[in-house]
Design a protein around this ligand. Structure first.
Ligand SMILES: [Zn+2]
Length: 381
């Protein structure tokens, strides 16, 4: 059964809509939730369904004061709602109501399809309540006790608000682990107070600036944002990106990706200046990364690529950094078939990798040693 043509209260809906919008929305949401709860695979348990039904009944009683009681009663049963909806889906609504000598248009409700904002609202909260119930079932009370009185995250994360970017891509247990700041374009300066809170009050050892491919904020900043509102333009102004002739709107993902990576480097550089003392004394490592759900970087869709560690940005060094933190051997193991000497190109590549690892190790040591390194050295590429 579709959700789209559910007409819970017949012709009185129109009057309700204008006379008592809040009650109308409440009734519709509640009655709709009651109906949807019976769908296969529904996550709400029987108790919740009964609870919804009870509330809906109470609401219906109030509604009855404003509508024809007989007509309301006829439509109050959730099963009948479904039946009613099915008729309407099949184009039978006009005929059905015509039988009663009523104007079919009077039965039209705003919930005409799944794209209707109110239908989406109802569906979202149905999902949210169901998911939350499942979350509660899956988590022991001790899980929450562990961080009920205080938080001890390891990472302050500054990432884009983009809905496609979620911490589940890199942290399966983000609770008490990620102190997250989000805005359009993953900007440090824009919410500096929040970032500082994570770094200086919660003392996270990592500040992660996480950009992403396909970033709309980057694209807007690279193009013409003059049509945006003042508030949006104000936030885009923080992105120091080259204005392209047509921004990043071409088929070639290159310019857009360059904008995304440049922005991450810019944010890291700003953070290194702001938190120079924490970095210099080894209390903080500032890392820039790009989450690539479009596979623009050709490392696989969904890959999180580290592109900047305390201002060090050379790609070979970033790969070396990944190997270091993963505890992988400094040199890749020789393939089984490679009994013969490696060709000169491969040999040279390995030498370069080893050199970068050693350089990276030294640079990181410099950046994280209390004595010595100045913030200028930390920022050296
Ligand atoms: Zn974005």
């Amino acid at each position: 059964m579709k959700q789209s043509s559910y007409a819970p209260f017949g012709r009185s809906v129109g009057a309700m809509k204008f006379a008592r919008p809040a009650l109308w929305l409440t009734l519709t949401l509640l009655a709709g939730a009651c109906k949807k709860s019976q769908a296969p695979g529904d996550q709400l348990d029987a108790g919740k369904v009964a609870e919804h039904a009870a509330v809906a009944d109470a609401a219906s009683a109030e509604h009855a004061q404003h509508a024809d009681p007989a007509e309301h009663a006829e439509h109050a049963n959730p099963d009948e709602h479904g039946e009613h909806g099915d008729h309407a889906d099949a184009g039978g609504a006009p005929a059905e109501h015509a039988e009663h000598g009523q104007d079919a248009s009077a039965f039209t409700v705003p919930f005409v399809d799944q794209q209707d904002p109110l239908e989406q609202t109802r569906n979202f909260f149905k999902d949210a309540l169901g998911d939350n119930a499942a979350f509660q079932r899956e988590h022991d009370p001790d899980f929450f006790k562990a961080f009920a009185s205080s938080q001890k995250p390891r990472v302050t994360v500054v990432t884009c608000s983009d809905s496609r970017v979620q911490s589940t891509a890199f942290d399966h247990a983000p609770e008490n682990d990620l102190f997250t700041i989000r805005n359009i374009g993953n900007q440090v300066r824009l919410n500096l107070g929040s970032v500082e809170y994570g770094v200086r009050h919660l003392k996270t050892p990592v500040l992660l600036v996480l950009g992403h491919t396909g970033c709309g904020a980057v694209k807007a900043a690279m193009g013409d944002a003059s049509h945006e509102s003042e508030a949006i333009r104000h936030e885009l102004d923080g992105l120091a990106l080259p204005k392209g002739k047509d921004g990043a709107s071409g088929d070639d993902p290159g310019p857009w990706l360059e904008g995304v990576t440049k922005n991450v480097h810019d944010q890291v550089a700003f953070a290194l200046t702001t938190f120079a003392e924490e970095v210099r004394t080894g209390r903080l490592t500032v890392v820039g990364a790009v989450y690539d759900f479009r596979n623009d970087m050709k490392r696989g869709a969904g890959k999180l690529s580290i592109i900047d560690v305390n201002g060090i940005t050379a790609p070979a060094k970033m790969q070396a950094f990944e190997r270091l933190v993963l505890g992988l051997p400094l040199l890749a193991a020789a393939p089984p078939s490679a009994k013969r000497p490696a060709p000169p190109a491969a040999s040279a590549a390995r030498s370069a990798e080893l050199k970068s690892l050693i350089e990276l190790r030294d640079e990181l040591r410099k950046a994280t040693t209390a004595a010595g390194a100045s913030s200028a050295q930390v920022n050296a590429p």
